[in-house]
Design a protein around this ligand. Structure first.
Ligand code: GTP
Length: 361
């Protein structure tokens, strides 16, 4: 199903603090994910569902988006940019970006968070919105533990009844999945030129005012790539084909090798790993479910699992990384073992580690 020539607003102005140090130089939506900038996956999907014109709501490192996507013609889209001098929050950003829309007030407008991978049917979400004459239709997804998120209960007719903050015992496992269809006229009611949160202000006040806010619930693939663990998982899932993406630059499989990547036949590369341009994996190294950026090196006998190794970084012989982020140009000396959640800042050099614990032998 495809909606006719839909306009979209893409929210990409956040600082991506949870993904530092990866986002110190590159905004989260541009981080290489399964071999291409993250947004390429979202944009290809949006186009496949009828989107033809996208307004990027930028703020943090705004010029980098223009450098990567230009006017969008390479993707068969028209892309325009609206930049906030100081971030206006999700609602303020949508209001600001709406000035660049061309559609009339009664049209639906798709709004996407720029850090979500989703297999849901956007055109069906738009179809539900239009057929029910809703003010806003929210994509809702089910998670095992909703206590880490705000939850979104709905009535039997799909009407959203509340937008609840995080709580210990959530009343439903359905959460806001970060993809909305707004009636354009509703965007125009968000106050202009000030910081507004759609989650904390706009949606609760629309519900309070009795406007029809609908939930479009489904159980397709969904992932918010806002944390390092989720980011690596998202990239691996795309490479493995757990989520189809028209932007994947190669066939789905255990690994994806970018141009000039060199992997020794005696290395083991699995679990949806991407090996970046000119990156090297030496003999005896084992890399699983990881993102190796361009020009990095994983030396002989090193182990890298569920981790990100930044551009030009080096993981020396025998080092072990599990759930770790190594910043660009950093060097991990031989024998180091880095675990769960460790982040090494760009350019840092960890010297050789010769200490061995008794449990290791
Ligand atoms: P963290 O700092 O790690 O929480 O990440 P973030 O800055 O991306 O924030 P969050 O994940 O809550 O943002 C959800 C989406 O909204 C992302 O796509 C952000 O880029 C975007 N976003 C958040 N705040 C703003 C803003 O003030 N302006 C714009 N244009 N986009 C925003």
């Amino acid at each position: 199903m495809r909606s006719p020539d839909l306009e979209a607003i893409l929210l990409v102005g956040g600082q991506g603090t949870r993904l530092r140090p990866l986002t110190l130089r590159t905004p989260k939506p541009l981080l290489p994910t399964a071999g291409v900038p993250f947004l390429a996956h979202q944009l290809a999907k949006a186009r496949a569902h009828g989107v033809r014109r996208v307004v990027f709501a930028t703020s943090y490192r705004a010029s980098m988006f223009t450098e990567v996507f230009g006017d969008g013609s390479d993707l068969g889209l028209e892309i325009v940019y609206m930049t906030e001098e100081t971030p206006l929050g999700t609602g303020g950003a949508i209001r600001n970006a709406a000035a660049a829309l061309t559609c009339p007030p009664e049209s639906p407008v798709l709004v996407l968070n720029g850090d979500i991978l989703s297999g849901h049917d956007i055109a069906a979400q738009v179809g539900l919105h239009v057929s029910r004459g809703a003010a806003v239709t929210l994509h809702l997804t089910e998670v095992a533990d909703a206590s880490r998120f705000g939850c979104v209960p709905t009535g039997a007719d799909g009407r959203v009844t509340a937008f609840l903050e995080k709580m210990a015992n959530p009343v439903t496992n359905r959460i806001n999945a970060g993809c909305y269809v707004f009636q354009r006229s509703v965007i125009d009611t968000i106050p202009a030129g000030q910081v507004v949160s759609v989650e904390r202000e706009t949606f609760p006040s629309l519900i309070e005012a009795g406007e029809l806010v609908l939930g479009f619930a489904d159980s397709s693939y969904w992932l918010d790539v806002g944390t390092p663990a989720a980011f690596v998982q998202g990239s691996a899932d795309l490479v493995l084909g757990r989520l189809d993406s028209p932007a994947l630059p190669g066939p789905a499989g255990e690994f994806l090798l970018m141009d000039g990547a060199v992997v020794s036949p005696e290395a083991k590369v699995t679990g949806g790993t991407v090996v970046g341009r000119r990156a090297t994996v030496e003999a005896g190294a084992s890399v699983r479910g990881s993102v190796l950026a361009d020009d990095c090196v994983v030396a002989s006998g090193a182990t890298v699992v569920d981790s990100v190794v930044g551009t030009g970084a080096r993981v020396a012989a025998g080092a072990v990384l599990r759930q770790v982020v190594v910043g660009d140009e950093a060097q991990i000396g031989p024998g180091n073992e880095l675990m769960s959640g460790v982040r090494v800042w760009p350019g840092v050099r960890l010297p050789e580690c010769s200490v061995r614990f008794s449990s290791d032998v």
